[in-house]
Write a protein that binds this ligand. Sequence first.
Ligand SMILES: NC(=O)c1ccc[n+]([C@@H]2O[C@H](COP(=O)([O-])OP(=O)(O)OC[C@H]3O[C@@H](n4cnc5c(N)ncnc54)[C@H](O)[C@@H]3O)[C@@H](O)[C@H]2O)c1
Length: 450
Amino acid sequence: MKPSAGSGPVTLAIMGCGQRGRAYAVYAQQHPERCKIVAVAEPRPKTRARMVQEHTVDSSLTFKSWQAFHAASEETIVTIGRRLADAVLIAVQDHMHAELVEAFAAQGYHILCEKPMATSIPHCLRIEESIKKAGVIFGMGHVLRYSPYSQAITEIVRSGQLGDLVNVVHIEPIGHTHFAHSYVRGNWAREMDSSFSLMTKSCHDIDIICSWLSPEKPERVSSFGGLRHFRKEAKPTTAGDSTRCLSCPAERSCPYSAKKSNVVYLEPVQAGKTGWPAAVIVDGIADIENVTDALHSGPYGQCVYESRNDVCDNQVVNIQFSSGATASFTMVAYTLLQCERQTRLHFTHGEIVGDMTDFTVTDFRTGATEKRSPMREGGGHGGGDLGLIRAFTEAVRTGRQELLGTDVTEVLSSHLTVFAAEESRRKGVTVDCGQFERKAREGWLLTGKQ
Ligand SMILES: NC(=O)c1ccc[n+]([C@@H]2O[C@H](COP(=O)([O-])OP(=O)(O)OC[C@H]3O[C@@H](n4cnc5c(N)ncnc54)[C@H](O)[C@@H]3O)[C@@H](O)[C@H]2O)c1
């Protein structure tokens, strides 16, 4: 294991200052004694300048790309034997993760990588190998694990107080406008540009299900799903030939309008709501002018029935674990709730029913039902974003990977379950998870680890 940080705050270099880079960086503002952003790499000038200003990053440690930061690191490592920070936070797009993890692990940085680990099985295997070889702390953006709500449930699961966990039912209601923003118009709309939606949206749902049932392993998985609605055939005839909301005659009656006040970009900005999602469609401040420009020319003003998307808008996954325990998961776009997961955990002596804010615990022996409302401390994912960055910086400070409650091999394992589920959906077969992993590892070795 590489040496942990000294007595001062853990120093972080942020690669990619978009939505996620900024979400984690908030922790440094809240707890300057524990964490400091000392370097940033970001190509978008206004986005970069904002982060630099918010964290008073020195101009000598401000870079236009992760490659430039990496080259500067190489130089200080070779000349004075020092890295430029204790750890690197990787918050660039999905298909870039593997390259960055390999490059920074080789330089000896501790790494917090956004989810998903990577977009292909060989890339995930390369990440596992490079982290193990470097012996650095590795955190994964599986933020669901780190919210006070999830941690309280996990504590009950681990305590055994309700007996054995036999079945989990878990639903990810993505939210109809969130889906249109991210998976029809946005970064995760096309499998070729990122990955399939079970991976990009729900790898952390599968991960938390697997973590609740661990040390049992997933044995078999099956899945169904597809892209049902966001396709040309579903376009209302009243929309005619129009391909953009700003000029569409059917815009007022469309639930996916890019203008509407109860939905996404323009009217919310006019009403002063300049945060997500409007904030991520422009470089810099989301004012009316910038947002109007983005809707005129960019993907976020495009008709949802005329976009380039191809990822599933609904998918179900069934998993059987080694003890015979089962889990079912549903990911669906068409919900009013936005990412507020609904979860039921069924034990031999009781049950837990939760909605990501509160949960009830029923003990069948006493018949008593208790409601729990774990404290919410702000930040995204019910406090999971802040929970993860806190656990990561503490792991780096102390050199203790176990403070993250997981490691790179477990992260890989839940990703392989997601790949196996997708294989089941595509091929219409039930997939044996053990065999799937063996084949993946053998195939990777046979192709020279490419
Ligand atoms: N954990 C979660 O729940 C969660 C939620 C959303 C997104 N994500 C993941 O987080 C990652 C980032 O997503 P986001 O929403 O912040 O995207 P984003 O597009 O807002 O941010 C990515 C940033 O990387 C920058 N970038 C591009 N090339 C670069 C380079 N060569 N060097 C440095 N920076 C570069 C972009 O300019 C952009 O600002 C993705 O992998 C995404 O899937 C995770």
